[in-house]
Each structure stands twice: as structure tokens, then as C-alpha cells.
Unconditional design. Structure first.
Ligand code: CAA
Length: 260
């Protein structure tokens, strides 16, 4: 499948998705969101993909936000639709994907860019990365889940500060805030992402999917995360991966998970 705004490549069970609009600092226009949605949906059902690494092309930006030029003359109704469709098509999709998604933040992650990174399960930043939610400088607020996910990751006080000031923080501070898990030299960013992907892909894909469901459940309204954990834990006992994992342990060999 060919795309206009993203590049995709599968290598050794890792799908690399690169947002490829470097001249616009990889800003998320509608077509890019649609293409990302298609790529993530395909990855979900592709047995050859065990981990996804998402990054931006060029050395300047992961994603500099939603495409401001595209929504500058939108009405109230169009604004609501932009946010609602974005949540559904991409941001909630990524967060709830059963396969781990690692964001490799290679520069600016602003507005919708930081919101996209925060939808991913794990974030790594290069030391030149700068992240922020500058929407209020444009007279709007974060609309792709930023008000909720930033508060979940960094706490309500930090979220209030970042959103109200519209300011950016550097990679080291983002790590102190709990926004990113690791900071690397820019030249080592993809290496670090690969290292994590390689560790993860040795483990049971089915169990990882269940863990994502259980962890996410605690952040959803009206759902008891502990109940979801009990349910998912129990279901794991009915999988081929569980048989293989426990048998391999008893036979003192490495497990080779079928992913079923
Ligand atoms: N949308 C559309 N185009 C963008 C863009 C965006 N979010 N960010 C950058 N670009 C474009 C610029 O317009 C410019 O294009 P032209 O050459 O055609 O003019 C090109 O990318 C390069 O950008 P700059 O010349 O501005 O580069 P810089 O190095 O001087 O500045 C920057 C870099 C600080 C990231 C600056 O580009 C910037 O502030 N970008 C906007 C960041 C922003 O406000 N993001 C939030 C968007 S709103 C949002 O995301 C809403 C939501 O939650 C749903």
C-alpha cells in the first residue's frame, strides 16, 4: 500500500511508521491522520508485526501539531468534528492497540504531536526534543486528548501549567515530568527504540495485549481496572502463548510464542 504522507517498513517483526511531511514539520493534516489510521489498523491484524515504532522524518520535528493551515477557518461544528474524528480514528486507536507502540520523538512534539506521542504506550526522546501544548497561543485548546493524557502522565498541576503557558520543555525536563521514559543522543534514538522493541517482541504478544487492556482500563471512566486485570489474567490461561511460556519454563528453554 502506498501513502502520500507516511513511510512504513516492517523489519524483523517491527513496523516502523515515519510521518513524512518534513517541510511542514510533519504537521498532522487530515490525509496524514487517515493514513496513520489505516497503517495502525493494518498493523493490528498483521501477524508479522509485534511492535510499532513511530517517528517523524527529518531531524527537526516528530510532529509540530495539527495542521493549523487546514483548520484556520473552521466553524464551531467543524472544530468539534476535527477533534472527535481525530480521537476516534487515531489517538484512541493507538492507545488501545493490542500491540506496543513506541514513540521515538526526534525533535519538536507540539500540540497534536505531543498528543500523538502521549497516545503511544512508551515514549523515548532525543536530547534535542522539545515538547509542549501551545494551542492556547492560537486561541484554542488541545483537542486530540492532550488535556486528559498530559494530566494522567504528568499530574494535574503540570498539565495546567503546560497548557496555560503554552510553553515548551526540553527532553530532560520531559523525563522529570514522567512524559518520556528515556532520553538519548539524537544519533542513538532509533537504536534505543529498537533495543526496547527487541526486548518486548520476545514476550507473549497475547499477554502484552492483555496487559495494555488492563493498564488502560484504570484510566477509563466507569471501569474498574482491578476487575479488568482479573478478567484478562484469567483469559490468559486459555491461550497457546500461556501453554508455551509455562512449558518452556519447566523445560528450561526459551519460549517461542505463537502469538495466539
Ligand atoms: N501546522 C501547519 N504548518 C506548520 C505547523 C503546524 N502545526 N508547524 C510548522 N508548520 C510549517 C510552517 O508554517 C512552515 O511552513 P512554510 O515554510 O510553508 O511557511 C514550516 O512548517 C516550518 O516551520 P517554521 O518556519 O515555523 O519553523 P521554525 O523553526 O521557525 O519554528 C516551530 C518551529 C516553533 C515548531 C513553529 O513551526 C511552530 O510554532 N509551529 C506551530 C506549533 C503549534 O502551534 N502546534 C499546535 C498546533 S494546534 C493543534 O495541535 C491542535 C490540536 O491539539 C488538535
Amino acid at each position: 500500500m502506498s501513502y502520500n504522507n507516511i513511510l512504513t517498513e516492517v523489519k524483523e517483526q517491527v513496523l516502523y511508521i515515519t510521518i513524512n511531511r518534513p517541510k511542514q514539520l510533519n504537521a498532522l493534516n487530515k490525509e496524514t491522520i487517515d493514513e496513520l489510521s489505516t497503517a495502525f489498523n493494518k498493523a493490528e491484524s498483521d501477524a508479522d508485526v509485534r511492535v510499532i515504532i513511530l517517528t517523524g522524518s527529518g531531524d527537526k520535528a516528530f510532529v509540530a501539531g495539527a495542521d493549523i493551515k487546514e483548520f484556520a477557518d473552521f466553524s464551531i461544528e467543524q472544530g468539534k468534528q476535527l477533534a472527535a474524528q481525530g480521537h476516534e480514528k487515531l489517538f484512541n486507536l493507538v492507545e488501545n492497540l493490542s500491540k506496543p507502540v513506541i514513540a521515538a520523538i526526534n525533535g519538536f512534539a507540539l500540540g497534536g504531536g505531543l498528543e500523538l506521542a502521549m497516545s503511544c504506550h512508551i515514549r523515548i526522546a532525543s536530547d534535542n526534543a522539545k515538547v509542549g501544548l501551545p494551542e492556547v497561543t492560537l486561541g484554542v485548546i488541545p483537542g486530540y486528548g492532550g488535556t486528559q493524557r498530559l494530566a494522567q502522565l504528568a499530574g494535574k498541576g503540570k498539565a495546567m501549567e503546560m497548557v496555560m503557558t503554552g510553553g515548551m520543555i526540553k527532553a530532560d525536563e520531559a523525563m522529570e515530568w514522567g512524559l518520556v521514559n528515556h532520553v538519548t543522543f539524537a544519533s542513538e534514538l532509533m537504536e534505543k527504540a529498537d533495543e526496547l522493541a527487541n526486548k518486548i517482541k520476545k514476550n507473549s504478544p497475547v499477554a502484552i495485549g492483555k496487559a495494555i487492556t488492563a493498564i488502560n482500563a484504570g484510566f477509563k471512566d466507569g471501569i474498574n481496572g482491578f476487575d479488568v486485570e482479573i478478567e484478562q489474567f484469567g483469559l490468559a490461561f486459555g491461550t497457546e502463548d500461556f501453554k508455551e511460556g509455562t512449558t518452556a519454563f519447566i523445560e528450561k528453554r526459551k519460549a517461542d510464542f505463537p502469538g495466539k
